[in-house]
Design a protein around this ligand. Structure first.
Ligand code: SF4
Ligand code: SF4
Length: 189
């Protein structure tokens, strides 16, 4: 129990129950406060949780489905506004065809290439995010947009550091991470 006004003002590490938290400022505050705990949970996932990768991925996916059904990405669009979106050659071809422009002009207008060859949209927020917060090229969006936040992708245990980095940025990842802590950690340690 907190015993000073300062303690009272801090977000508590304890159970946030099954409530979904969508507000990014609150998510940021909780995430920064819980960074030590999150590092411990990650170490637990990597080294001590006695569960196969497949079984863990299944639990992550099931938890994601429950959380995602309660989060409206079109009301958030935080990833579209702040991330530097990776695109590959297939994405570029598809998007250029959709916009009826040549590959060369698409590359010149929208793409920057890093030293290691990785291509990204050259501006952020994404140039295809509409004023209505919707993706203007949804059916042809890049593969990385389809896969984000990668919670349905196999290999959660190996990617847990990346997941931790996204806890603060994505309400879906944040809420899934909290539920996993409750489900896997607090009952197994
Ligand atoms: S994937 Fe995450 S960050 Fe992107 S719009 Fe949905 S909730 Fe927001
Ligand atoms: S292409 Fe669409 S889904 Fe991808 S970042 Fe841009 S607006 Fe978001």
């Amino acid at each position: 129990m907190p015993d000073t006004p300062e303690e009272k003002a801090k977000p508590q590490k304890t159970d946030m129950s099954e409530r979904i938290i969508r507000e990014l400022p609150l998510i940021r505050r909780y995430s920064r406060h819980n960074v030590g705990e999150d590092m411990q949970f990650r170490a637990f996932l990597k080294n001590r949780l006695k569960m196969s990768n497949g079984e863990l991925d299944g639990i992550v996916q099931e938890t994601t489905d429950v959380v995602w059904a309660q989060v409206d990405c079109t009301a958030c669009a935080h990833c579209c506004r702040t991330f530097e979106i990776v695109i590959d050659d297939r994405d570029i071809k598809r998007l250029a065809a959709r916009l009826s422009v040549s590959l060369r002009s698409f590359l010149a207008q929208y793409v920057s290439t890093e030293k290691d060859g990785t291509k990204r949209f050259s501006s952020s927020p994404c140039p295809f995010l509409g004023e209505d917060n919707l993706c203007q090229v949804y059916e042809d969006r890049p593969q990385s947009c389809r896969d984000f936040p990668y919670l349905h992708t196999a290999g959660f245990r190996e990617r847990s550091m990346t997941m931790m980095e996204n806890v603060e940025a994505c309400p879906i990842v944040f809420n899934v991470w909290q539920r996993l802590k409750r489900r896997l950690w607090r009952v197994n340690r």
